[in-house]
Design a protein around this ligand. Structure first.
Ligand code: FES
Length: 102
């Protein structure tokens, strides 16, 4: 069963087109800001466990620093294969807080 929990304050979000790692309730998330919207994926790359938040954002996708797989930040789908997918977590802004559905 999922629930909405506080991830961070709005001021803690990464700058536009940057990613940052957050931990919440035993999950490590890669949070990025894209066109002003915060988006979150599981930080563990589904390929071999690379840290997605240490990757770069190119053309609206996060690029894993280990073997350069690219993931859509909104859906988690990999560019090269529909079968490869990082878990995407919904985010919501509430006052000064950013909430994540875990
Ligand atoms: S671990 Fe991410 S692309 Fe290989």
């Amino acid at each position: 069963m999922s629930e909405w929990v506080r991830l961070c304050g709005r001021q803690d979000l990464p700058a536009e087109a940057e990613a940052k790692e957050f931990s919440v309730q035993g999950h490590t998330l890669c949070v990025a800001t894209l066109k002003g919207t915060p988006l979150a994926l599981d930080n563990v790359c589904p390929h071999r466990g690379g840290p997605l938040a240490e990757g770069t954002i190119e053309h609206g996708k996060i690029v894993c620093p280990w073997h350069q797989w690219e993931f859509d930040l909104a859906t988690g789908h990999a560019s090269h294969s529909p079968a490869a997918k990082a878990t995407a977590y919904p985010l919501r802004l509430q006052g000064d807080d950013v909430l994540v559905e875990i």
